[in-house]
Design a protein around this ligand. Structure first.
Ligand code: PDD
Length: 277
């Protein structure tokens, strides 16, 4: 695979990253993941806005936003990707030596980008997925798309070992989000998801669900979903750039409804594809 690193397109084995890169030493960096539909980057501006936010919040000096689209497509082209693809953008604060927690503000950031073919997710999308519940032990700035993802990795691995797609976090008695997705529930025809705060990522797909529902007179509210009330909700789904709208049919071994994706979930999923096209 050919990827981009700081100005060069190289086979990944030829890319050398300094061990003093602060991303390597401190997870001192931020990222974005996006994808194409019909060969165009989907919601590019929204992803760039969130990237700017993550960079501002962490004080990482990066300004070459204008170059990103071209870099992403060049990565795809150099790998002969002709279908829709996903892409990963990572910006670390840069290299500083010796290792100190504080840094020089003039440090030059390191940019890594790669594009890759999308997995076939037809089955997950049509049949739904199982999830587990995990206590949210992440930090209090989940609104920043930081590369520091150890709690997300550990939770998602627990899900994976159990044959589940996702780990859904709860903080005290409230559901926050998934390890790499936002989480929605439906009760009495109303779609509900956790309010925006420092405890969740402001998902681009989450935002689309709000506009789809508003345009189609489907009631939608930002409300906390209490863990103790979770099984009184009727339908559940996850959202994310590569997750799209994925129905949830089993939570911690409990079958939801009749074990099939919910009716309203399927409607929202269809409206999402209408929106995308
Ligand atoms: N994950 N919440 C978390 C913690 C996430 O990491 C993501 C995205 C989302 C959904 O955001 P969006 O709809 O903008 O993709 C919610 C990306 C895809 C990832 O980690 O690969």
């Amino acid at each position: 695979m050919i990827a981009y690193y700081n100005g060069d397109y190289l086979p990944v084995e030829k890319i050398s990253v300094s061990p003093f890169d602060r991303g390597f030493l401190f997870s001192d960096g931020v990222y974005e993941a996006l994808r194409t539909y019909n060969k165009k980057l989907f919601m590019l501006q929204k992803h760039l806005d969130r990237l700017k936010y993550s960079l501002e919040q962490t004080g990482i000096n990066f300004s070459e936003f204008d170059k990103l689209e071209e870099i992403i497509f060049t990565c795809a082209q150099k790998n002969n990707i002709s279908q829709d693809f996903s892409t990963y953008i990572q910006i670390t604060r840069g290299v500083s030596f010796p290792r100190t927690h504080h840094y020089n503000q003039q440090i030059k950031p390191n940019l890594f980008v790669y594009s890759t073919e999308l997995k076939n997710r037809e089955r997950e999308l049509s049949e739904g997925v199982s999830v587990i519940l995990e206590r949210d032990v992440r930090w209090n700035r989940c609104d920043i798309k930081s590369i520091s993802l150890l709690p997300n990795v550990m939770a998602n691995q627990n899900a994976f070992i159990k044959g589940c797609y996702e780990a859904v976090f709860y903080r005290d008695n409230f559901i926050t989000e998934g390890s790499h997705t936002n989480f929605f529930a439906i009760k009495d025809g109303k779609v509900i998801t956790a309010p925006l705060s420092n405890f969740i990522l402001n998902g681009v797909t989450r935002k689309i669900v709000f506009s789809i529902c508003n345009e189609n007179n489907i009631p939608i509210e930002e409300e906390y979903i209490p863990l103790t009330d979770l099984f009184n909700y009727e339908e559940f789904f996850l959202t994310g750039t590569t997750t799209e709208i994925t129905p949830v049919i089993n939570i911690d071994g409990n079958i939801i409804g009749n074990g099939q994706p919910g009716k309203l979930t399927k409607k929202i999923q269809k409206l999402f594809y209408d929106f995308v096209e």
